[in-house]
Design a protein. Structure first.
Length: 167
C-alpha cells in the first residue's frame, strides 16, 4: 500500500517518513496517509477472497485477520455466518490464544455429532471409500471411475455435469 503511495522510496526510512516525520511503524505511516480507515481494508480483503477461496480458506483468513490484524470491530467484520463456521473459527483462533468470547462474537454450542461431521478423518473416509468401491458391480464401478476422472481432470473439455438415474 505504501509503495503505491510513495514513489521513489529507496529505503525503509523513506517509506516510514510522512511529511518530514518518521513513523514508528508501517501501519502508522499508512494511517498518516489516510490509507487505513477503520476496518474497511479487512472488509475488502474478505470480500475479494470470497471470489476465489473455499469456505475453509475464508475461515482461516478471518482467524488470521483476527490474530494478526488490528481489527476495530470484529462483530461488524464478521457480519453473519453459520454456526458451524463459528465453531471452526473458534478452533483456529485457539492457536492465537483467542476465543469467540474474547472477540465479542456469538459463542457456539453445537451437538458433538455436527462438529464430528465437520472434522472428519480423511484417512478413515478414504478407507471407507475403498471398502465400498470393492462392493460395486462393474457398471457401478464404471460410473464411479467416470465421475472421479471428471473431478480430478482439470481440462476444459471434460464434462462436469452428470445425471444418474437408477436404483
Amino acid at each position: 500500500m505504501l509503495l503505491l503511495r510513495k514513489s521513489g522510496a529507496i529505503t525503509f526510512d523513506d517509506i516510514l517518513t510522512v511529511n518530514g516525520l518518521r513513523c514508528i511503524s508501517f501501519q502508522q505511516a499508512c494511517q498518516e496517509y489516510g490509507l487505513l480507515r477503520g476496518d474497511q481494508h479487512w472488509h475488502d480483503a474478505l470480500n475479494e477472497a470470497t471470489q476465489f477461496q473455499s469456505p475453509r480458506q475464508l475461515r482461516m483468513l478471518f482467524a488470521m485477520i483476527c490474530g494478526f490484524g488490528e481489527v476495530e470491530d470484529v462483530p461488524d467484520l464478521w457480519q453473519t455466518g453459520p454456526h458451524y463456521a463459528l465453531a471452526d473459527i473458534e478452533e483456529l483462533l485457539t492457536s492465537y490464544n483467542l476465543t469467540l468470547q474474547k472477540l465479542h462474537l456469538p459463542t457456539v454450542d453445537l451437538p458433538t455429532s455436527v462438529l464430528e461431521r465437520a472434522n472428519f478423518d480423511v484417512v478413515e473416509e478414504q478407507d471407507k471409500a475403498n471398502s465400498y468401491t470393492m462392493q460395486l458391480n462393474s457398471e457401478q464401478r464404471n460410473v464411479v471411475e467416470i465421475l472421479l476422472s471428471a473431478v480430478y481432470n482439470n481440462a476444459a473439455d471434460t464434462p462436469k455435469c452428470y445425471f444418474l438415474d437408477g436404483p
